[in-house]
Write a protein that binds this ligand. Structure first.
Ligand SMILES: C[C@@](CO)(OP(=O)(O)O)[C@H](O)COP(=O)(O)OP(=O)(O)OC[C@H]1O[C@@H](n2ccc(N)nc2=O)[C@H](O)[C@@H]1O
Ligand SMILES: Nc1ncnc2c1ncn2[C@@H]1O[C@H](COP(=O)(O)OP(=O)(O)O)[C@@H](O)[C@H]1O
Length: 290
């Protein structure tokens, strides 16, 4: 008999919720409801939150661990589970445990990814049988970035991020720097100086090197830690902002170069090295359960 938990088993039962990077982001207009029309490119990275689900027979949905700064009722995992219950009439519930490895509000999409992983996992574990399209439709009201995580394919995106076209991109290495500040997505989109009228481009323009992020100039002027991180990354070929930030990243051809840059990160700064992924690890996990 062993008294230590079988850590391999714990890991095997975990459902991954990867981060994303926006490799470019253009704002091409504004809708009547105030939301902005975007063009963006999403790629996943191999840095993930991990979630565990225990099915409950009594229909209750509970988050069983503390997530600092997020009340249980507001947690996107709980909201996603309740949305799936409502849509399907499922009478089962779940205990949800979420290991947060991704910084919140950093433009890495951790909350959106947790929501998507919850939808995909519980659709399997509850046997609710929704198709990928149905899950993506359920995902959008939870957040503009949730559908891309449900579909699990790196994508060229338009609209508010819901019109998705899968793309295959180089799976480069990234050094992601986490500036010591939180950027409010709402505040960036409300900023009077934000560029809102970029001309639309095509995927081929992005592939030829148009990697503009229209949020960059507002974010770097309003948030000094982002400006400092971008300044430091100039030494490594220049930094880019993911989404509305605060995280910034530089691209490397191989892991060693990225690790070398990471080692030189100022001691008080946070960051990590990760690889770009065209397929979310969520897909492989889902397929184990089919
Ligand atoms: C712009 C992206 C790119 O990935 O930024 P990140 O949040 O990842 O940094 C996302 O699409 C963000 O989507 P999402 O995360 O769902 O946005 P929310 O926090 O709900 O948006 C907060 C507020 O920003 C404004 N907003 C958001 C998205 C959008 N396309 N136009 C907007 O004008 C709205 O006023 C909204 O109420
Ligand atoms: N499970 C969750 N993980 C992270 N954030 C969550 C979660 N549930 C709700 N949120 C809320 O969503 C916000 C956005 O989180 P996140 O997706 O990590 O950032 P971003 O949209 O900048 O990429 C957080 O500030 C938090 O208030």
């Amino acid at each position: 008999m062993t008294l230590t938990p079988d850590l391999n088993q714990v890991a095997a039962n975990a459902w991954p919720a990867p981060a994303k990077l926006n490799l470019m982001l253009r704002i091409t207009g504004r809708r009547a409801n105030g939301y902005h029309e975007l063009q963006t490119v999403f790629q996943f990275i191999d840095r993930c939150d991990r979630l565990w689900f225990d099915v409950r027979a009594d229909g209750q949905v509970r988050r069983v661990n503390e997530v600092v700064g997020v009340a249980e009722a507001d947690d996107l995992t709980v909201r996603a589970a309740l949305a799936l219950q409502r849509a399907t009439g499922c009478e089962l519930g779940a205990d949800i445990r979420c290991e947060k490895n991704l910084p919140m509000g950093g433009g890495l999409g951790g909350g959106s990814s947790d929501a998507a992983t919850t939808l995909v996992a519980l659709n399997q574990l509850w046997n609710t049988g929704l198709s990928e399209n149905e899950l993506a439709t359920l995902a959008l009201p939870l957040g503009a970035d949730v559908p891309v995580f449900v579909r699990g394919r790196a994508a060229w995106a338009e609209g508010v991020g819901e019109e998705l076209m899968p793309v295959d991109l180089p799976e480069s290495w990234f050094l992601v720097v986490i500036p010591d500040c939180h950027v409010s997505t709402g505040a960036v989109f409300a900023h009077p100086q934000l560029t809102r009228n970029s001309n639309p481009i095509k995927l081929t323009d992005f592939l030829r090197g148009d990697i503009t992020n229209d949020c960059l100039s507002v974010v770097r002027s309003e948030y000094p830690p982002v400006e400092m991180a971008l300044h430091w990354l100039e030494h490594w070929g220049g930094g880019r902002l993911t989404g509305t930030g605060a995280c910034v990243f530089a691209v490397f051809d191989d892991r060693e170069l990225a690790l070398n840059a990471h080692q030189q990160l100022p001691a008080s700064w946070q960051g990590f090295v990760a690889q770009g992924l065209n397929y979310s690890p969520l897909l492989a996990k889902r397929d184990e359960h089919r």
